[in-house]
Design a protein around this ligand. Sequence first.
Ligand code: 5AD
Length: 347
Amino acid sequence: MNGPDRSGILAWLRETDESRLAELWHEADGVRRERVGDEVHLRGLVELSNFCRQQCRYCGIRAGRRLERFRLSDDELAECMDLAKRLGYGTVVLQAGEDPELTTERVAGYVRLAKCRAGLAVTLSLGERDDDELAAWRAAGADRYLLKHETSDAELYRRIRPGCELAQRLQVLRRARELGYEVGSGVMVGIPGQSYESLADDILLFAELDLEMVGVGPFIAHPDTPLGCAAPELMLPECEQVPATDEMTTKVIALTRLVCPDANIPATTALATVNTESGRELGLTRGANVWMPSLTPGRYRALYEIYPNRACVGDSAESCQECLQRRIAGLGRVPGRGPGGRARRAQ
Ligand code: 5AD
């Protein structure tokens, strides 16, 4: 296996000495440069719908929450695809809650639209879906499937996703892999009740699953969800509870780069939300190589409220484009061209 072993990972997660941590950032940045280069791949994120049948206890678009719901029309989606093409993005990510109205046929049509009309690589992120659906979308041309497992700790998983099982989610990832998708997953950092040991196991699981994409963001409390006003008894003692900070998140990004050197790793919006000033830069200089600007029509953006005060939520796609180009250049990096798939298969 690449990178540190479990005890090495744990030591880094608990490290507080800034000069030692500088070695971790340096090593992760070096592996990033050597393995995936200086390109920062741009994935245009389109939020298709904020309807969801799940009750995830951390998420602001959970079923049952009072919230104005939206679903993009076919015309609106077509406009997003044109915008992605105009802005030069090689990939679109079609994301939604687990919305039963996003039927097999409807999504297959969206995939064909993105491929034929705009020639884009398509990543789907639509939750736990049946084998048949995954197969139909793959046949329609979808390239990648993204399904974060959120935590590798089966007990914690049950607590934050009532009625759901970690094993079932991992099975969907395996199935997507068998169907020939590039597969992505990821976790939240600092979930109430998340221990350092379980976070180390999250990172080891990324390597075991041999993921092409790994998204890591801090847990952000949403006050109108059960976990957003977490009862103190859910939190572990301070020495055991993982903090949901930018530093801890970038430690996980850096360690992920070491154990999955060829993976595509985004500097997430959640990281930019806990550190609006420099969250993206911290991610991109500590192992990340992907930026996912939103292409969701402005009037819907704030309604995809998985957590509050999301970074960039009030910005237009054009202003995001200007901002990210400037910030990527400021790091001496270059925006990616083309679909930006996996650099190479793991050895
Ligand atoms: N804090 C941080 N990330 C969240 N997500 C959902 N709710 C929250 C939250 N409260 C993330 C999950 C999910 C992705 C779409 O958004 O990781 O997979």
